[in-house]
Write a protein that binds this ligand. Sequence first.
Ligand code: SAM
Length: 243
Amino acid sequence: MSNQKQGSEAPTNDVEAQATTEANAEAEQVVVEEVRNATREEVDESSYWNQVYAESEDNSPGWNLGEANPEFPFRLANDKPEIAPGKALIVGCGYGHDALAFAQAGFDVTALDFAPMAIAGAKKSFEAAGASATFLQTSLFDLGRDHDGKYDYIVEHTCFCAIHPERRAEYAKLVARLLKPSGQLIGLFYHHGREGGPPWNVTPEEVRATFEPYFDVRTLTIAQHSVERREGKELWARFWRKA
Ligand SMILES: C[S@@+](CC[C@H](N)C(=O)[O-])C[C@H]1O[C@@H](n2cnc3c(N)ncnc32)[C@H](O)[C@@H]1O
């Protein structure tokens, strides 16, 4: 496996090719997270996700890193002032590790997940850290129109890959609507190259096609600080909402 880190963001086309090659080559060599085979009806229900939390060893599903995705602390420290504190909605927040990193970096955080165990775990993480956030236990797709135009940032990490591919266009339109006119979608897309889902694979081309109707897709590049099992398979994204 290549541990090579890039000093700066490479041009998107090179990176896309590299991501594909590395993902394919490495899929055989590393311990990978389980890909389930679920239907749209199943993953649209919070009970499906709650059951995965409940039935996992120590209530810790394979996707739970136990810490923020390392790309976030890196970007929060290094991408100032472009990523500066503001109002951030962390979608599919799970146990809230990413949300906590944003809160501790001075963001006004809203952490959303529809699985009761996820929200309970996220609240616990915040309590333990003495941090505060607004917690929403609801489906992203059921958010009220009072959230329209409210956020400076939508933070994505393993929520998009948990949503059935048929709903991707709906997701893109929705998160654009939730952002302020100058708002950004920032985060990570999972390009693992395997069949089935969740997590459902997405290619850089699919990410572009999905988001370009609503966003200026300025950055889509291999994440530089993925955990080992996801190295070369996470795409770091920063998209600006189109006016
Ligand atoms: C793969 S997990 C990732 C959790 C977290 N981002 C992490 O990395 O640990 C996907 C999360 O998204 C939540 N989720 C899936 N679909 C959702 C929806 N429509 N609305 C809100 N949350 C959703 C699930 O409950 C689950 O906690």
